[in-house]
Write a protein that binds this ligand. Structure first.
Ligand code: PAN
Ligand code: ZN
Length: 186
């Protein structure tokens, strides 16, 4: 008996294609609050794309034992002297871990545990990053080109954005004399 092959998404370097792929664009308007320099922010068009996320969610959000896959592309933008970054989050199920890996461009992974201790890793094409459960995570584009990375996380992890929106991370990544510096703020 003959049966049809199921169509599957495709990964093309830093693009995900397929009928079940979600594509979300975050504009400066939606991430502006992350940045320290509000005057610098005010002169940039609010509809400027900040980062994009392609995601493949093959099971319903919240499913135990499933996996999600995503690719994020952070545009090379500076708000004042601060590099473009993702919002960052803890997982709602705090013990859920995640893998990130570098695909294109250069960046920094900023992680923070619940005692607000930070850990940073340099991200470049091919680098692999394990984010343990209990660590908030944010990616920062520290280059002059598009910065893309992949992610794989449990489908029951969920996202807690509120804690970061309220308390932030205790460090900012800024361009100082032409190079990225990790500046602790606490
Ligand atoms: C990633 C992130 C993605 C965008 O898929 O959701 O890079 O970053 P924010 O969600 O912080 O805006 C992930 O960590 N999933 O769990
Ligand atoms: Zn995550």
């Amino acid at each position: 008996m003959e049966t049809n092959l199921t169509s599957v998404p495709t990964v093309e370097t830093d693009l995900l294609r397929g009928q079940d792929i979600r594509h979300d664009i975050r504009t400066l308007k939606s991430v502006g609050e992350l940045f320290e320099d509000r005057e610098a922010l005010a002169i940039l068009p609010p509809d400027t794309p900040a980062y994009e996320v392609f995601s493949y969610l093959p099971v319903p959000e919240g499913t135990t034992g499933g996996l999600f896959y995503g690719i994020t592309r952070i545009h090379p933008l500076l708000v004042g002297d601060e590099y473009m970054m993702t919002k960052g989050h803890f997982h709602a199920q705090t013990d859920r871990a995640e893998f990130y890996w570098g695909i294109r461009g250069e960046g920094i992974l900023l992680m923070m545990d619940t005692r607000r201790h930070i850990r940073t890793e340099r991200v470049s094409p091919g680098s692999l990053h394990y984010i343990p459960g209990g660590f908030a995570h944010r990616m920062i584009n520290t280059g002059d080109t598009l910065f893309s990375f992949g992610a794989c996380w449990p489908s029951d992890a969920g996202h807690d954005y509120e804690t970061i929106a309220r308390e932030g991370f205790p460090a900012r990544i800024k361009k100082v004399n032409g190079t990225p510096r990790i500046l602790k703020t606490e």
